[in-house]
Write a protein that binds this ligand. Structure first.
Ligand SMILES: [Zn+2]
Length: 477
């Protein structure tokens, strides 16, 4: 085994690779990389470099050691479902860099810009004094690390050339300003989660977030999130970090559902750490505030505060009254503003017998249902014909988006036909019709056609009277 360089605290794998390559005796860096790693085209500078297996043999220390002390992967653990994180870990150990991105949903989260690294100019100077050169730190590469927590100054972004091995922090070019409180709070959360798992928490992060949102008045009476108000407040409060492209991309992403819905509802997906860290920065004063919220969390408190028991009693009395009248579950739900499931629960708990119908249909029946849906029959009628629940028919419909589009077109066409007919009748009913009369006599058809079928409307309306000849009041026949 050749002599190997000492590993520096918090040094990234890429930094170690560069040092190894520059120390290797070879005609070029490319040749040096090839002799060290058998290939010269590996993912050296990637967020998840594919050199872990080679390095663990060369340095005689476990792949886990490399990953835990010299990569950003541990930072993803608290925000990734356990199974998916295990896969990511095992792929990185085997050097399958591409698969790690997939395991962590980084492609779907659009968080794989790569080829840029961050450093703190002050840390770079101190490293140079202590070790004779400046290296890349892991903690500066974490999501949400835009400033150095040690020196309270902004980190500098530097482009990395994938084909070169002399990418080192260029600290001469750095400007200076003090980090804002929001930037510091964000980086404190980022550092904390690099070495602490969310497993240590008693509750899911999204539940802790909801408890805090409730305190801050962002939950409705039914414990739903006031998303628009929350987004606006977040944008206002996180203004000092909005200039960073990663943060901007999260708020600019117009895919539905909008941020921050994902961190409040999706417990089973891998969500990018930055999305969680921004929410923490917005909601909590510090890491200990977050921990305190976890300790004092109680779902019952949220429920009791958002819905008073008196209000609930009134609701239940109203539901019983409607059920006594013989209204369907759906009608009661629409009338009282609750879900069908909730009405069903109340009905069962108060002793009403519910006539339940089949929830599933076989393939032949499903095909027949699709034909009926295409023909424009209502879901209620079809459910009656097949003696199944309306929900089962709606489920088939939702699985066939083309049928939904066709049904919409069909409904629009039928409406258009009736609106055209209605306006034509109005025109015929007036002896000397004027446009203004049409609007007064049949405003519904006029406005519908104006919005949806303007060309037809203008070709069938009487000719417009020139402005100077118009009278103020319409003629009445
Ligand atoms: Zn620093």
């Amino acid at each position: 085994m050749k002599s190997i360089p000492a590993l520096f605290p918090d040094e990234t794998i890429f930094s170690v690779v560069q040092r190894l390559v520059t120390m290797e005796c070879a005609s070029s860096y490319r040749h040096a990389a090839k002799s060290l790693f058998q290939k010269s085209s590996m993912q050296f500078s990637s967020t998840f470099p594919s050199v872990v297996p080679v390095l663990s043999i060369r340095f005689d220390c476990s792949p886990e050691y490399w990953i835990n002390h010299h990569s950003v992967l541990p930072h993803y653990r608290p925000f990734t479902p356990e199974g998916r994180f295990r896969n990511a870990l095992s792929h990185l150990k085997k050097g399958e860099s591409e698969k790690v991105f997939k395991d962590l949903s980084l492609i779907a989260n659009r968080q794989c810009s790569g080829l840029q690294m961050r450093f703190c100019p002050q840390c770079a100077i101190e490293d140079n004094d202590a070790y004779g050169f400046s290296y890349w730190h892991v903690k500066h590469q974490l999501s949400g690390a835009f400033v150095c927590l040690r020196h309270k100054t902004p980190l500098v972004n530097q482009s990395i050339s994938r084909k070169r091995f002399d990418n080192w922090p260029c600290y001469d070019a750095a400007g200076r300003r003090l980090a804002t409180e929001v930037e510091l709070k964000l980086v404190r959360f980022a550092h904390y989660f690099q070495h602490h798992e969310s497993k240590g928490f008693r509750h899911d992060l999204c539940d802790i977030f909801k408890a805090s949102l409730h305190e801050k008045g962002f939950l409705t009476k039914c414990a739903y999130v006031r998303l628009k108000a929350l987004r606006n407040s977040m944008i206002e409060s996180l203004e000092p970090v909005l200039c960073h492209a990663d943060v901007q991309a999260i708020f600019d992403d117009t895919r539905s559902p909008l941020y921050p819905t994902c961190v409040l509802s999706n417990k089973r997906s891998a969500i990018s750490p930055l999305k969680h860290l921004l929410m923490m920065t917005f909601l909590f004063d510090s890491v200990s505030d977050l921990i305190n919220h976890d300790i004092s969390y109680s779902q019952k408190v949220i429920w009791a505060n958002t819905r008073s028991s008196g209000q609930e009693r009134d609701d239940i009395a109203g539901i019983r009254k409607a059920l006594n009248r013989g209204d369907s579950l759906r009608n009661v739900a629409a009338e009282t503003g609750h879900s069908v499931a909730y009405i069903k629960k109340v009905a069962i708990s108060t002793g009403y017998s519910i006539e339940s119908r089949a929830q599933k249909l076989f393939a032949t029946e499903r095909r027949q249902v699709i034909w009926k849906l295409l023909a424009g029959s209502s879901t209620e009628t079809i459910a009656r014909q097949f003696d199944c629940s309306q929900g089962a028919i709606e489920q088939i419909l939702s699985q066939n988006p083309d049928v939904v589009t066709l049904r919409k077109l069909r409904r629009k066409y039928t409406k258009m036909k009736s609106m055209r007919q209605s306006l034509t009748e109005t025109i015929r009913s007036i002896t000397t019709p004027r446009r203004q009369d049409m609007k007064c006599e049949n405003n519904t058809a006029y406005m519908w056609l104006y919005k949806n079928d303007r060309q037809w409307l203008y070709t069938h309306l009487p000719t417009a009277i020139p402005r100077n000849l118009r009278r103020r009041k319409p003629l009445s026949d």
